[in-house]
Ligand binder design. Structure first.
Ligand SMILES: *Cc1c(COP(=O)(O)O)cnc(C)c1O
Length: 491
């Protein structure tokens, strides 16, 4: 298979021009709208282009990119699954556009959705209470670690260390450090899992928590989780679950039942919401009953029935026997971590996704995610250490450079896997096909892997050949963001 991405080049090295560079000049404010004298600006830096030109401009830009709607997108640990369109329709309903400063009595529908999503997530994770406030997985980790700190301080036993396995997502190390902890890195055993002896050596009186991803980033289930949980708890620490990739467990196993005390969910990975490029997302955090008083404020709960006859407000048309919901501050709350109650519309999408799939749908998603990962792992020519896998596997590019392999895969019309992480596998190709790919697209992915496996270094170094943008300067793209054409002024 080969792939030619749409190219819209005017000449060799310019791409689709900026709107401000298109002919037509700037909008003349006096012609644009009839404003009272003195209110119109002299100049307005808005390009004067017609609607079709505008539509074509953005369509072309979208064709310069590769997305999950272009083809398979097996970016390991990122769970780039296709997101059904109905969630967008629901998030766009006018009734969703509520101002969060309105009194609780007029926000009952919104608060009911929060309360039900809190409950869904708690049941999925085996947790007792869930906050929806954190806006990303990393933010959820940070909240979870702050809750752990508050818990230890409350017991009069403040602790200074958080243990993180070497295969963990980089945000685990960062979140623990940002919350003021010393990070103790735990080396994995030869089988890619936690080594109980190394864990015993890492745990001590200063251990506040062990942050664990299970299945881990190699796609391997920590079979000794009961023993691990007991060891951490015996040391007086808490067990934190990185639930960014819950795909493998949905409807089958629950972190709470494995002994985890705190977890975060990445609803933008597991429960739909297009993500990438930094957002938007939501990283709800679940905790055991004991830790619930520390959750961020405000939290949403059902108003307890006082048995009285007080008129309940029905500003939004609710019936008086409907449950009522309120926002409140948990007794020992760590405080507010985001504006209002979090990324509302992302949470609407997560709610819609869970409600539409239901228990059987969630179980089906996890079955297919695991089947797809194992099928693909069995089809690729690259060495795939360990296995069998859960939601993802990590292949080794061996003597090829994983970053070159990734670039070359684009020429075969598939998005590459995550590369060079975890570092415990040489030239790692971390691959997560997700549940949404069918056999044909998995075979296309395997073909792309195998074609690249057979290519020489010179070819790889030149890749990608058939995309609009070729090798970009990734460091500059990340560090020197220029998100507005105003930033190009004067160049
Ligand atoms: C994506 C991811 C995170 C961080 O989530 P963000 O929403 O990107 O902040 C944490 N842990 C794991 C394992 C992840 O894959």
């Amino acid at each position: 298979m080969r792939y030619d991405q749409a190219r819209w080049r005017r000449d060799e090295d310019t791409y689709e021009p900026l709107l401000s560079e298109k002919d037509g000049g700037a909008v003349d404010p006096s012609e644009a709208v009839d404003l009272p004298d003195g209110m119109a600006r002299e100049e307005l830096s808005l390009p004067d282009v017609s609607e079709p030109e505008l539509a074509r401009h953005y369509t072309r830009l979208s064709q310069h990119n590769y997305g999950v709607e272009s083809g398979p997108f097996p970016l390991g640990s990122c769970t780039m699954k296709y997101n059904p369109k109905f969630i967008e329709d629901l998030a766009a309903l006018p009734s969703g556009a509520v101002h969060p400063d309105r009194p609780d009595d007029t926000l009952q529908g919104t608060l009911a959705l929060y309360a039900r999503l809190q409950d869904y997530l708690a049941r999925i994770g085996g947790m007792d209470a869930v906050t929806l406030q954190p806006p990303a997985g990393a933010a959820g980790e940070f909240v979870g670690v702050l809750v752990a700190r508050a818990h230890h301080e409350d017991r009069g036993d403040p602790r200074s260390e958080v243990v993180v396995p070497d295969t963990a997502h980089g945000t685990n190390f960062a979140s623990a450090a940002m919350a003021g902890f010393d990070v103790v890195e735990l080396p994995s055993g030869d089988d890619g899992r936690v080594d109980p002896e190394a864990l015993a050596a890492a745990l001590g009186e200063e251990t506040a928590a062990l942050m664990l991803t299970n299945p881990n980033t190699l796609g391997l289930f920590e079979r000794e989780i009961d023993e691990i949980a007991e060891m951490v708890h015996d040391a007086g620490g808490l067990l934190y679950y990185d639930g960014a990739n819950l795909n493998a467990l949905l409807g089958r196993a629950r972190p709470g039942d494995m002994g985890f005390d705190i977890m975060h969910y990445n609803v933008h990975k597991t429960f739909a919401t297009p993500h990438g490029g930094g957002g938007p997302g939501a990283g709800p955090v679940g905790v055991t009953e004991e830790l619930a008083p520390f959750l961020p404020s405000p939290h949403v709960r059902e108003v307890e029935d006082d048995g009285g006859t007080a008129e309940s407000g029905s500003g939004d048309g609710g019936r008086s026997d409907d449950p009522r919901y309120e926002r409140y501050e948990p007794e020992q709350s760590i405080g507010r971590v985001h504006g209002f109650e979090g990324n509302w519309l992302v949470l609407v999408k997560a709610f819609a996704y869970v409600a539409r799939l239901g228990d059987p749908g969630l179980r089906d998603a996890s079955a297919k995610a695991v089947l797809n990962a194992n099928y693909l792992a069995s089809q690729v020519d690259y060495e795939v250490p360990h296995g069998p896998f859960h939601h993802e596997f990590v292949a080794s590019a061996g003597d090829q450079d994983a970053a070159d392999v990734a670039k070359r895969m684009l020429d075969y019309g598939v998005h590459p896997p995550t590369t060079k992480w975890p570092e415990t596998v040489d030239e790692a190709l971390m691959t997560e096909p997700t549940e949404v790919e069918n056999r044909d697209s998995l075979d296309a992915l395997a073909d792309a892997f195998d074609a690249v496996r057979g290519e020489d270094d010179a070819t790889l170094a030149e890749a990608p050949e058939r995309t609009t943008a070729r090798r970009i300067d990734q460091t500059a793209a990340a560090r020197d963001l220029r998100l507005s054409w105003h930033d190009l002024d004067g160049e």
